[in-house]
Design a protein. Structure first.
Length: 196
């Protein structure tokens, strides 16, 4: 039944000549396509989400995948460009971006302030990786474009030049901002574990 609903939704999107879902719950003033400031791709299941460690920030942290809008980009263009840049340290071609837009449909597109989140499943991530391979994208972070989630996470080379040094899967949980998300004792274990 879910497959049937997804097929009908995909066909409906195709007929409108818009290869992605429209923005929902928008509180942006005017046209969301023009007034957003940043966008990113979110890969999640019911219980987990893909994230990355950003060591170059003033205060390094783990965050989602995305970034600031460049001139004349739609939010989908921004989200997908940032995805390729941050996952593979590669510059996507317009043809690659278009191929992803027409081949892989997000589950939802939502907005949080001036940031637009394009939500996908982990299965969609695998489809995108196949498209990156088909487009012969080269990455300094991988010997070959990863084809599985495990390869994406575990075969990544660590580079001090990368915006995202490490990828990780986090639990998708609501969390009180007043308390740390990671146990302080576990953080204290990290230097010891890095020497092993």
């Amino acid at each position: 039944m879910l497959k049937s609903i997804r097929n009908r939704l995909t066909r409906k999107i195709s007929r409108t000549n818009q290869p992605y879902l429209p923005l929902i719950n928008s509180d942006l003033k005017g046209n969301a396509e023009e007034s957003y400031k940043a966008a990113g791709c979110v890969f999640k299941s019911t219980h987990h989400i893909l994230a990355g460690y950003q060591p170059k920030k003033k205060t390094p942290y783990i965050s989602g995948i995305g970034g600031k809008k460049e001139a004349h980009e739609s939010f989908m263009d921004t989200a997908l460009r940032e995805l390729v840049e941050e996952l593979l340290e590669a510059n996507p071609t317009p043809e690659l971006i278009q191929d992803i837009k027409v081949s892989v449909t997000p589950t939802k597109v939502v907005q949080n302030g001036s940031y637009i989140l394009v939500l996908y499943t982990f299965e969609s991530l695998i489809s995108i990786l196949k498209l990156l391979k088909r487009h012969a994208v080269n990455s300094p972070l991988y010997d070959t474009v990863p084809e599985t989630l495990i390869d994406l996470l575990l075969k990544r080379k660590i580079s001090s030049k990368s915006e995202i040094s490490h990828l990780c899967i986090l639990p998708l949980v609501e969390h009180d901002r007043k308390n740390p998300f990671v146990d302080p004792y576990f953080i204290k274990d990290m230097p010891i574990l890095m020497k092993e």
